[in-house]
Design a protein around this ligand. Structure first.
Ligand SMILES: [Mn+2]
Length: 491
């Protein structure tokens, strides 16, 4: 399908018109959104737009949209429904559960069926030839609708940037957002003076962490002797002579002068090249950073990547409402609560990671993949993040996908699969592997996701069989791209 921007914007416009009618008629609007950072940003955008219009609305954040949830909300009276960052993949369930109820779906996941219901307005990039994995996110779609709901909603574009980053859509050269994200959303946010996009040192905690801590926590690119090494980071900085403190306050990367930043960039790249890091990877320390200009310097909300991490922590701790409140503007007690949630989330991640490091027998390396089973040492909501961290920090083998297991509270097994960009380039799609392996396992298994990160839920006891199937599918995917060298070299 060729890309049809005009048609896509028309869909957004029509959905906004539909919602507009509900607001004017003082209808009750029921918003459901996904609990990851893109879903929370989307909910924040819609929530803010409705609130600004004085609409009557309720908002619920959920982990996944299933039949039980839909039949539950359908019994709560005649209402108008908005689904954001979910819904398209469950269109068949929505059609059968919310018969005739006026509904708007703002999503970027592929639709499960062709929409034939007159009461459902769906805004989805896939319907107009765009790819929802990197051209626009759920929050972006929500924004396109929100900007038609009020004259001054362009400031909400900054949240759509946070959502897109949360869904790892910054896949352009030097981690730049692409396509609709770049040409409409970043553009609107910059025009509304709420966002600045610049090329800068791309480390985690530019706004909030002392410089040596920001370097220490940087794992993409992984800098040997600095990443994961607080003394190494300190001695590197003292060698190049950058002042770490301003009086008794630690300075941050964001607070460095242009000259100091240039000096730090050059020193970091030279340092990595000397340690045989490929030039391309070394240079990736410089990249696109997106700054929310109206947020306080030093706040977690100032850098779009940190903002997205904060939302992600809220969602994973089942405190999605806190995340949405922040998106809608709370900078008081709920913002402080989010900071506490993030702190606790990080503590749990560190604890999980150290279990993986200390219990060295826990990782099994197989021919094409590696695996570990955390049983109840790591919760099902964190096992994927820990698998990613372990890959990026080279605790695990960088060249092979990891498939990690954790027991769920309802007696099943959560599967999290993660890999790196370079492995994907050799033809691997973990989401497909999860989906197909689950089909083969059956017994209520469900799986899917992105090429780089995917997940599944399977019955206990089927782990080994799952790995065998996954490895077979992986071999097939790696063999499909003939021009690429075999996996051992290609990765
Ligand atoms: Mn999303």
């Amino acid at each position: 399908m060729t890309k049809n921007l005009e048609r896509f914007l028309e869909l957004a416009d029509a959905a906004a018109g539909y919602i507009d009618d509900w607001i004017s008629a003082k209808e009750q609007i029921f918003v459901t959104s996904h609990l990851d950072s893109d879903g929370l940003s989307a909910a924040g955008i819609i929530g803010a737009a409705l609130h600004r219009r004085g609409a009557y609305f309720q908002l619920r954040i959920i982990r996944q949209l299933d039949r039980a949830y839909l039949s539950n909300i359908s019994t709560e009276g005649p209402r108008r429904y908005i689904f954001s960052d979910l819904g398209s993949g469950q269109l068949h369930h929505i059609e059968s559960a919310l018969i005739d109820a006026p509904t708007v779906i703002l999503d970027h996941h592929p639709p499960s069926i062709k929409n034939t219901s007159k009461n459902i307005r769906q805004v989805n990039p896939h319907l107009c030839g765009f790819d929802g994995t990197h051209e626009i996110s759920g929050a972006g779609v929500a924004y396109l609708v929100a900007r038609h709901l009020g004259a001054s909603n362009e400031d909400l574009a900054a949240l759509a940037v946070v959502g897109a980053i949360g869904d790892v859509q910054d896949r352009g050269e030097k981690h730049t957002l692409l396509s609709l994200n770049k040409d409409i959303i970043v553009e609107d946010a910059v025009a509304a003076d709420v966002l600045e996009a610049a090329t800068d040192i791309r480390v985690f905690g530019r706004e909030t962490r002392p410089i040596h801590k920001a370097l220490q926590y940087t794992s993409d690119p992984f800098i040997p002797g600095i990443s994961n090494d607080s003394e190494g980071a300190l001695s590197f900085l003292s060698d190049i002579g950058i002042e770490l403190k301003d009086g008794d306050r630690w300075r941050t990367i964001a607070s460095l002068s242009k000259e100091e930043k240039r000096q730090l960039n050059t020193a970091l790249i030279t340092y990595m090249l000397k340690r045989n890091i490929p030039a391309r990877e070394a240079q990736s320390i410089i990249g696109r950073v997106y700054t929310l200009k109206r947020e306080n310097p030093g706040s977690f909300l100032r850098d779009a990547r940190e903002f997205s991490t904060l939302l992600n922590a809220c969602g994973r701790s089942d405190q999605g409402g806190v995340g949405v409140a922040i998106c809608m503007g709370d900078r008081g007690s709920l913002y402080r609560k989010a900071e506490a949630i993030l702190k606790e989330h990080r503590r749990q991640l560190a604890e999980g990671l150290s279990w993986l490091v200390e219990d060295s027998g826990s990782v099994e390396s197989r021919r094409l993949l590696q695996t570990f089973h955390s049983r109840d040492k790591i919760t099902e909501t964190l096992v994927g993040s820990i698998a990613s961290m372990a890959l990026f920090s080279r605790i695990l083998d960088w060249t092979k996908p990891v498939i990690a297991f954790a027991f769920t509270t309802d007696g099943r097994v959560k599967v999290s699969a993660r890999t790196t960009q370079s492995v994907i380039k050799s033809g691997v799609h973990l989401g497909e592997i999860m989906r197909l392996a689950c089909e083969e396992i059956g017994s209520g298994s469900e799986g899917g996701g992105h090429s780089i990160a995917a997940g599944a839920t399977i019955p206990r006891g089927s782990e080994e069989r799952f790995l065998e199937i996954a490895e077979r599918l992986l071999a097939k995917q790696l063999g499909q791209t003939k021009e690429v060298p075999p996996p051992s070299e290609g990765a």
